[in-house]
Design a protein around this ligand. Structure first.
Ligand code: FPP
Length: 246
């Protein structure tokens, strides 16, 4: 029986977030330049996005480029930005066919103008799609996002629009880049590394963490289905006891 058949469709994670790691090591193992790993990684992106749509996952967020990734060699940063533009141009059709809405989080103003323009265009064109929301984290860092949220709320307090005593979790949620997304239920990181790396620190408060040894370019939808099956067989207690849950 495949993992897809074992999945209970009534217990799907509402929001899956993936740290796509291992592109560089994949390339090194094949004796190729690192950028070849990123190119191959786009195939895994496509397969996993289609896999999520196929089984009915409603929200998928991919860590495509972190604020720290700007410090990589220029040739690698340039390649990643070019890959973003070419993938957006190529995949708009897949997004439309699968009724997927594209969304992005992060300091998008820091992206090269061309990449930002292409991104906004695909976001606008897919805005009415409703089967699934695919969010790309681009120039994203969770600490930056939290700092941005604090600045936005402080400005509203200074302007008298919000009172300090009314700042609660829901106000904070509304001022994060993820304001329209539910909390993350499942975080997957590939390549055997077991770290969060400044990804969605607030939003993963109660998420289940799943680490796969597979390098991202080799990751496919059946691997994702295995992670979801594993998630469905865990007990999520949200601070309560097992007895309270049953
Ligand atoms: C981590 O591998 C991966 C990235 C920093 C970029 C992820 C980008 C893609 C999968 C391709 C483009 C994506 C889209 C959405 C078009 P690494 O380079 O850190 O690998 P390493 O740890 O083995 O060096």
């Amino acid at each position: 029986m495949s993992f897809k058949e074992k999945i209970d469709p009534s217990k799907l994670p509402q929001h899956i977030a993936i740290i796509m790691d291992g592109n560089g090591r994949w390339a090194k193992k094949q004796g190729l330049m690192r950028v070849r790993g990123h190119e191959k990684g786009t195939k895994a992106v496509r397969d996993v996005v289609e896999g999520c749509a196929e089984i009915g996952v409603q929200n998928l967020t991919l860590y495509a480029f972190s604020t720290e990734n700007w410090n990589r060699p220029k040739v690698e940063v340039d390649t990643l930005m070019k890959l973003l533009v070419s993938s957006l141009k190529k995949e708009i059709k897949t997004l439309q066919e699968n009724d997927i809405r594209l969304n992005a989080i992060g300091c998008l103003d820091n992206l090269p103008a061309k990449a930002n323009r292409e991104l906004q265009e695909v976001i606008n064109k897919t805005a009415a799609n409703s089967r699934m929301t695919l969010t790309l984290a681009l120039s994203y860092g969770s600490r930056e996002e939290l700092g941005h949220m604090v600045k936005e709320i402080s400005a509203k307090v200074a302007a008298g629009e919000i009172s300090t005593k009314d700042i609660d979790e829901s106000v904070i949620n509304k001022h994060l880049y993820t304001r329209n997304l539910p909390d993350v239920d499942l975080v997957i990181r590939t390549s055997g590394e077991q770290r969060i790396s400044n990804f969605l620190l607030w939003q993963i408060a109660y998420a289940e963490l799943y680490f796969s040894e597979i390098l991202w370019p080799d990751y496919r939808r059946e691997d994702l289905f295995e992670a979801i099956y594993n998630y469905q067989n865990r007990e999520r207690r949200f601070g309560k006891t097992s007895e309270q849950l049953s």
